[in-house]
Design a binder for this molecule. Sequence first.
Ligand code: CA
Ligand code: CA
Ligand code: CA
Length: 233
Amino acid sequence: MEDIYINVEDENSTKMRSFISEKETCQQTEKRRHCYVVFLGILCFFLLFSLIVLGTHHRLSMWRSAADLAKMKAQLITEKELLNASLIQISQKQNRVVCPPGWRMFGCNCYLVSNESNTWRKGQKDCRNREARLVVVDSTEEQTFLSGLTEEGTYLWIGLSDSNAEGEWKWVSGSRLTLSFWRAQQPDDGGDTGRFRDEDCAHITTGTNSSNWNDLSCNTNLQWICERDHIMK
Ligand SMILES: [Ca+2]
Ligand SMILES: [Ca+2]
Ligand SMILES: [Ca+2]
């Protein structure tokens, strides 16, 4: 009988320990679950926070790009308006640009072929009296224009000479000669014969577009071409 009681007590004790153990395991599992929930909550919070930060940054970038584009557009509009204003000014000026009576216009300049013939220096003096100077040929286009100014074969003084230093051709404007249209074998300073020595002034021969300059003695009597700026109406 006593053995039976002992066995029953052992059985109860074993059941009790098993119950306590199960309870502890359950509590630990519950605790662990709680920790997981907290950890997941924190993780979600950080993820959400990162998403908000990224979204804000992206939106700010877009705003910045939009602001830059708006700024660029405003600049372009301003530049367009300035260009339009310049265009209007230029066309107004062009309408008002004229040459004195008897002068011919080419580009922005006016040209006059003298009626009389005289030396190179007298020609230059005459041009100065007209608020002009002997012509300076600045471009191929101007050379072509000058070549057609009078009937073919006319010699006309141009504002080019080497009277200060032989072989150093300079324009009356003071600039050195860079673009030239000399005839073949010219300038020759009169050649070797001695008859035409000291050819220090240049003339153009009308009728051909290119290679029609020659040097002659400055005391030769020729017509000349004056060049001056346009005048405003
Ligand atoms: Ca010129
Ligand atoms: Ca010479
Ligand atoms: Ca010559």
